[in-house]
Design a protein around this ligand. Structure first.
Ligand code: UGA
Length: 436
């Protein structure tokens, strides 16, 4: 396979978290020689033992057919052609991303990587970060911003068949980036999805950094708007589902990201919207729409929580259906469902939860977790649906009503038809807390 070898690159990935591990496995599956460096002993041990802490659909199979070395120290950093930085940039209390891990990796790369190596910044970093690394510690390397757009639960598909590849930095790096992603660009990837060419959008590092925030900021804003329409529909006795469906047929609006809820969460939207707002502020620009979207999201949760706490007397019990920040994942980071549990606990209510994927909640608040929706509902004064798991759309409502003490059903994800809830003997409350 002389051709494949000619395009093979030696890649060192820093970080075996979501983005790093998926990128490492995907690049190895495309024929590159990949080492993935992870400093957290527990996470490293899991990857080294062959287990998959992410449980991403398709990742196991892809990994079985390729080889990634998961290591503690980047012994062969000096021979890497490409160094992919995918370490965490968690949100600090002031809303700014904490770049400590990025700086630590940059310093190690500066000391040990070869001159001319390509440093791909895949961690989400503020605009200008790549430029300052390029001017500073990484002046001997080429620093390229290469944001990712993968969704949890679809990470493999999104990596192999992305809508676009965005990269930006010194022009000298472009050919290597094209080699790195050649098979993805040509649609020559191990997937059952239809093969198609993927555009590589080359730009400045600053533009690529902003492109990532712009995409997440726009999607979050779209959801805040959708949530406002759903609330308004309730207030004027219109059918939110029908309204949103009518919008979905307009290709300029698109059919995705139109599901209303009690707010958007996860490890990306809350962090990235705050960071984008901060970037705008720092440059003297007032980003009005984004600020409103963030505020609306906070209010969306407050309204929903207030509707419950004002209907269930203190000491009462709420069955919380869902803990994950979205369906298809066990991730509870910045989960609206968990934030709701906190509000309920603060109001003196007892929360008993069920989530198809979450068995324990390591962080606060302390909530009892049951093995089924039915178990969680036993003796509950109210039910609150907080995550859009498909199984919550086909609950046996009559069976639930037989075990609940009260008859209130708060539907924070528009999963249940109001008439079905009424037929089963529930009083139905939608997103804005109003109902029958
Ligand atoms: C998001 C983006 O969708 C990815 O493109 C991006 O790469 C990723 O962040 C990232 O920056 O790493 P993810 O956090 O996995 O992906 O979650 P989404 O599927 O986007 O959902 C985010 C939130 O929006 C969830 O709380 C979900 O419940 C909510 N949502 C989504 C809705 O309320 N309604 C919808 O119609 C869609």
């Amino acid at each position: 396979m002389p051709d494949e070898h000619a395009s093979q690159l030696r890649v060192t990935v820093f970080g075996a978290g979501y983005v790093g591990a998926v990128s490492a496995v995907v690049l190895a599956a495309l024929g590159h020689d990949v080492t993935c460096v992870e400093s957290a002993p527990a996470r490293l041990a899991e990857w080294q033992n062959g287990s998959d802490p992410l449980r991403e659909p398709g990742l196991d199979t892809l990994r079985a057919g390729s080889h990634v070395r998961f290591v503690r120290e980047a012994e062969d950093l000096g021979s890497a052609d490409v160094i992919l930085v995918a370490v965490g940039t968690p949100m600090e209390s002031d809303g700014k991303p904490d770049l400590t891990q990025v700086t630590t990796v940059a310093n190690e790369v500066a000391q040990r990587a070869r001159e001319g190596a390509i440093v791909l910044m895949r961690s989400t970093v503020p605009v200008g970060t790549c430029d300052s690394l390029q001017r500073g510690p990484l002046r001997r390397q080429h620093v390229v911003s290469n944001p990712e757009f993968l969704r949890e639960g679809h990470a493999v598909r999104d990596s192999l068949c992305p809508d676009r590849i965005v990269a930006g930095g010194p022009v000298e790096a472009r050919r290597t980036i094209e080699r790195l992603y050649q098979r993805i660009i040509e649609g020559d990837v191990p997937t059952s999805a239809a093969r198609r060419r993927v555009p590589l959008l080359w730009m400045s590092a600053r533009s690529a950094e902003l492109a990532k925030y712009a995409a997440n900021g726009f999607l979050a804003t779209k959801l805040s708007f959708v949530n406002e329409i759903a609330n308004l529909a309730e207030a004027v006795h219109a059918d939110a589902g029908a309204v949103l469906e009518s919008m979905s047929y307009d290709p300029r609006i698109g059919a995705q990201f139109l599901k209303p809820g009690l707010g958007w969460g996860g490890s990306c939207f809350p962090k990235d919207t705050r960071a984008l707002h901060d970037i705008a502020n720092g440059s003297g620009y007032e980003f009005l729409v984004l600020r409103a979207a963030i505020e609306q999201n906070e209010r969306q949760l407050e309204r929903f929580a207030a509707a419950i706490t004002s209907s269930v007397t203190s000491g009462g019990r709420v069955a919380l259906l869902g803990l994950a920040f979205k369906a298809g994942t066990a991730d509870t980071r910045h989960s609206p469902a968990v934030a709701l549990a906190t509000r309920l606990n603060d109001a003196g209510l007892k929360t008993v939860a069920y989530d198809p994927a979450v068995r324990v909640l390591s962080e606060e608040p302390r909530v009892a977790i049951r093995d089924s929706a039915l178990d969680a509902c036993i003796g509950a004064d109210a039910i609150a649906i907080a995550t859009e798991w498909p199984e919550f759309g086909s609950l046996d409502l009559s069976a639930l009503r037989r075990v609940t003490a009260g008859d209130l059903l708060f539907d924070g994800r528009s999963m249940v038809a109001a008439r079905d809830a009424l037929r089963a003997g529930f009083r139905y409350r939608g997103l804005a807390g109003s109902g029958d």
